[in-house]
Design a protein around this ligand. Structure first.
Ligand code: CMP
Length: 139
């Protein structure tokens, strides 16, 4: 089925002017960008977004990194969008990511790993709603 997922192009990628390179890889993987905006998250916004990781040892560093520069938040649409996006992103740690994936080709480290993608349809809806109003999504 055609579904939607949520993506973030992270500060390490925007800093290196890789917004287009990342988006090209997403599009070539069969995903369509149906919403997109460049934002600089507040600490509160990032803490809320990553709330499920609050107890993790890397939480504070993760939030600091995500507010260290602008990000591009996107809604992606395609056949099985969540899985399709996770496949093209590659493993969280770029060292473990397959060749040809965004993280293998572009990411710097497990923290500065260039992209975020929703891990389930349920979380995709929550994450899309966190950043986008319905009228900002144009399919
Ligand atoms: P993301 O998909 O955005 O969700 C949580 C993020 O935490 C993850 O990508 C990583 O970039 C980041 N992170 C930083 N350190 C770790 C770690 N040790 N284990 C897992 N995720 C980490």
């Amino acid at each position: 089925a055609v579904t939607r997922t949520f993506s973030i192009i992270k500060p390490d990628a925007t800093r290196r002017n890789l917004t287009g390179a990342v988006t090209k890889m997403l599009e070539e993987a069969g995903l369509r960008v149906v919403a997109s905006k460049r934002i600089h998250m507040t600490r509160e916004q990032a803490e809320g977004f990553y709330g499920v990781h609050r107890e993790r040892p890397f939480f504070n560093d993760l939030v600091s990194f995500m507010i260290s520069g602008p990000v591009v938040v996107q809604v992606l649409e395609g056949e099985d969008a969540v899985k399709r996006n996770r496949d093209i992103m590659g493993a969280t740690n770029p060292e473990n990511a397959d060749a040809g994936t965004i993280r293998k080709e572009l990411a710097e480290s497990i923290e500065a790993n260039s992209v975020h993608g929703s891990d389930s349809d349920e979380n995709a809806k929550i994450e899309i709603d966190y950043f986008f109003k319905p009228e900002e999504i144009v399919g």
